[in-house]
Design a protein. Structure first.
Length: 38
């Protein structure tokens, strides 16, 4: 196993969390664009 193939769990969770939060941020941005509040 080489150093380049080591996956850091924290990094994986960070990426998954960012992808999961993306639709929420998109929705929040659209609501702000319409001058509404969540």
């Amino acid at each position: 196993m080489t150093a380049g193939s080591v996956i850091v769990p924290g990094a994986v969770y960070g990426v998954v969390g960012a992808l999961a939060a993306f639709p929420l941020r998109l929705a929040a941005r659209e609501v702000e664009r319409r001058h509404a509040e969540l």
